[in-house]
Ligand binder design. Structure first.
Ligand code: GDP
Ligand code: ZN
Length: 319
């Protein structure tokens, strides 16, 4: 039977997994608690929330919640993140606040690049729109709209729209939310999932205590109709940056609004153009003409510098 890991519980020795059955059979939409075979540990495969797994049901070993099972196979992943431990993410909602805290273009751009490089669709949420005038909101909105991203404006405390758009985007997808502390992620998720059993603490105190204690932080996927949303308490935005590093030659392709100008290979004077400062660079020309937002290119240059300095071992540092 196949299912999706929605939660893992336990430590290094004995981990149990909650597997949601997705197959259309008598167990559809039920959670079966599974162990995993020792073979995974030997091969150094650690099943993650979001993984599609093949399980064998042990009909003799019933606990009060029903049958239990054993994970036999983990399907190939399209992407994975170690912290928070998540596999097969389809959508990364990048949440920014219009103020308190002020948005960081660099952070947003870095997250969109990481998403693109990992085959994840980034969707930008601009929250706290109740705290700013329409002009202020329009500035940031336009930058990302023009760059070709989906952008959703919300106000989590005043029901200022956007919720339906977010819900629609989530349909059938595995979604995660990333954003600086205080931008309103928990408030937003609670509002959106008010009708589900989904209660996140806002400005979570327990989160801070947990972090301090170095306890195991867990991730749980909550089912929402046909999709899942990941609750990642205690993980910071920096954790979300720990995907495999983007290779420097791939970086420009993680900026789809910029790669547009180099796809034919003839738009830059030099074949090895880094698009950071060269004469005759097609991208710099587009920035000059206002076709690419300056802030986007500034982030690209800063990120280029970051990935250029990655050491080989860091590139391999997946665990
Ligand atoms: P998180 O750290 O991203 O999960 O942020 P929280 O959801 O804990 O929100 C941080 C603070 O911002 C709380 O005091 C919220 O009430 C407040 N907040 C969240 N969304 C909004 C919003 O849209 N407008 C305003 N004015 N305040 C908000
Ligand atoms: Zn160039």
């Amino acid at each position: 039977m196949t299912g999706r890991i929605v939660k893992s519980i336990g430590g290094k020795q004995n981990t149990f997994y909650h597997v949601m059955i997705e197959q259309d059979n008598e167990y559809k939409d039920t959670v079966i608690i599974c162990g995993s075979k020792g073979v995974f540990r030997k091969k150094n495969i650690k099943p993650l929330a979001g993984d599609i797994v093949e399980i064998a049901i042990d009909y003799n070993n019933k606990d009060e919640s029903g049958v239990t099972g054993m994970i036999e196979k983990v399907a190939e992943r399209k992407n994975f993140l170690v912290r928070p431990p998540l596999a097969n993410i389809d959508i990364l909602f990048i949440v920014a606040a219009i103020k308190f805290p002020a948005p960081s273009y660099y952070f947003i751009d870095k997250m969109t690049a990481i998403a693109a490089d990992n085959e994840i669709e980034p969707i930008i949420i601009i929250n706290k729109t109740d705290l700013a005038g329409t002009d202020e909101t329009a500035d940031i909105y336009n930058i990302y709209k023009k760059a070709g991203f989906s952008v959703i404006k919300t106000s989590a405390v005043t029901n200022g729209g956007g919720f339906e758009e977010i819900k629609q985007a989530m349909e059938g997808k595995i979604c995660a939310f990333a954003g600086a502390s205080g931008v309103g992620k928990s408030t937003l998720l609670n509002k959106i999932f008010a009708d589900l059993d989904f209660n996140l603490e806002t400005n979570s105190l327990s989160e801070k205590i947990e972090r301090g204690k170095h306890t195991t932080r867990t991730v749980e996927l909550f089912k929402n109709n046909s999709g899942y949303v990941a609750d990642t308490p205690g993980f910071s935005v920096l954790d979300f940056e720990k995907f495999n590093y983007i290779l420097k030659d791939n970086l420009v392709f993680a900026f789809p609004d910029m790669s547009l100008y180099v796809e034919d290979n003839y738009s830059c004077k030099y074949a090895k153009c880094t698009h950071t400062k060269e004469d005759g660079c097609g991208i710099l020309e587009a920035v000059g003409k206002g076709k690419i937002a300056k802030t986007r290119h500034e982030s690209y240059v800063r990120l280029y510098d970051e990935v250029r300095n990655q050491k080989e071992w860091e590139l391999k540092d997946k665990e």
